[in-house]
Design a protein around this ligand. Structure first.
Ligand code: PLP
Length: 356
């Protein structure tokens, strides 16, 4: 059987980082999960092996033409020592959608979720326990066939690595400054914006550098055609509360469909709030601001969950939102979502999966 999970345990154990010293994405657990794809054979040889560097042919197609996709999700340890995943099936579905866009063959979502659970059981001591901490899970796939022709690779590797992460907010949740990018484009309809594929992120660094130079922490991306309509913030989706209505850009073919975004929409609707997914122009936001109706703004994503926006800088115009304080809706969403994720609150939506 080529799809039975093989486990080769590491003979060495790394020291676990202190809870106070967790840096995002720099420390990794003792093992890694891998699986290969070969044309004609499909995905084969799932295995958990000691974490170590991998070797690739210099002609491996990922280096040349960028066939590479990834995911990001978290495992949480509850106060009563249970291990929870948040909507992991959504991440695996999205991984397959990203792969499809990049002509990478699909994985079997159910089998892979099973392997992932086994992997997390083996590495459970790597899930930190302190308030606000979790184990970040990074699945990814890349093309390995040694071949310089411009065509989809006939061989791939799937991997999962695990990194203990701290609370995104060392000093509690605090609003960030945003620079609205007017010339660089993240994605256009028909392009790869809806896929979590490596090149989207390297192509965004220039704008992020500009935001940093302007003293702002994130970029707000506008549509690539007219540079009028709001798409997303850095690697987060974005929401605004305008005069009581909560709005987020509709999925238009260039925005990444966040699982946090989807969950926030479901939560808001369950609270009976007035929510809509639609096209939102920067001009509309500015008008609402001038009229005193821009009540809150926040980004949503797995890493930070909710990231309140304290300031928007657009074409020389500065908008200070809610006095640079975290608004009541942002706070309530953060508390509710992290409460469900960590088992502190009930999970009426059945979003969490327990690993036993
Ligand atoms: C991952 C990501 C998001 C957020 O998605 P979540 O599933 O909520 O973590 C938003 N935008 C981009 C560009 C992303 O890569």
């Amino acid at each position: 059987m080529t799809d039975r999970l093989e486990i080769i345990k590491s003979t060495k154990r790394k020291a676990k980082p202190d809870a106070g010293n967790l840096v995002f994405g720099k420390q990794f657990s003792d093992h890694m999960l891998m699986m290969d794809y070969l044309e004609g054979e499909g995905w084969i040889n799932p295995r958990i092996v000691p974490y170590e560097p991998i070797s690739l042919d210099p002609a491996a197609m990922v280096f040349h033409y960028g066939q590479s996709v990834f995911e990001g999700l978290k495992a949480y340890r509850t106060e009563d020592e249970r291990i929870l995943l948040f909507r992991p099936e959504k991440n695996l579905q999205r991984l397959n959608r990203s792969s499809d866009r990049l002509s990478i063959p699909a994985i079997d979502e159910e089998k892979v979720l099973g392997y992932l659970k086994e992997f997390l059981k083996l590495e459970k001591d790597w899930i930190p326990t302190a308030e606000g901490t979790s184990l970040y899970i990074r699945p990814f796939i890349f093309a390995t066939e040694p071949n310089l022709s411009v065509a989809p690779s006939k061989a791939y590797t799937f991997m999962v690595i695990l990194s203990p992460v701290g609370s995104y907010y060392a000093e509690g949740i605090h609003p960030v400054g945003i620079y609205v990018e007017n010339s660089y484009t993240r994605a256009v309809r028909g392009g790869t914006g809806t896929a979590k594929t490596a090149g989207n992120y390297s192509a965004a660094y220039k704008a992020q550098e500009r935001a940093t130079e302007m003293g702002q922490s994130q970029v707000l991306w506008l549509d690539g055609v007219e540079k009028k309509y709001i798409e997303e913030v850095g690697s987060m989706n974005v929401f605004f509360k305008i005069n009581g209505e909560v709005v987020t850009p509709a999925l238009n073919g260039s925005i990444l469909e966040g699982i946090t975004r989807m969950s926030i929409l479901e939560l808001l609707k369950s609270w009976g709030m007035n929510v809509s997914e639609r096209r939102i122009s920067m001009e509309e936001i500015y008008q609402a601001y001038e009229a005193g109706q821009l009540e809150e703004a926040f980004g949503t994503g797995t890493a930070a969950v909710i990231s309140p926006v304290g300031e928007l800088n657009w074409d020389g115009r500065k908008m200070v939102i809610n006095d640079r304080q975290t608004g009541p809706l942002s706070k309530k969403l953060y508390d509710t979502l992290t409460g469900i994720q960590t088992g502190r609150l009930d999970d009426p939506f059945n979003w969490t999966t327990e690993i036993k």
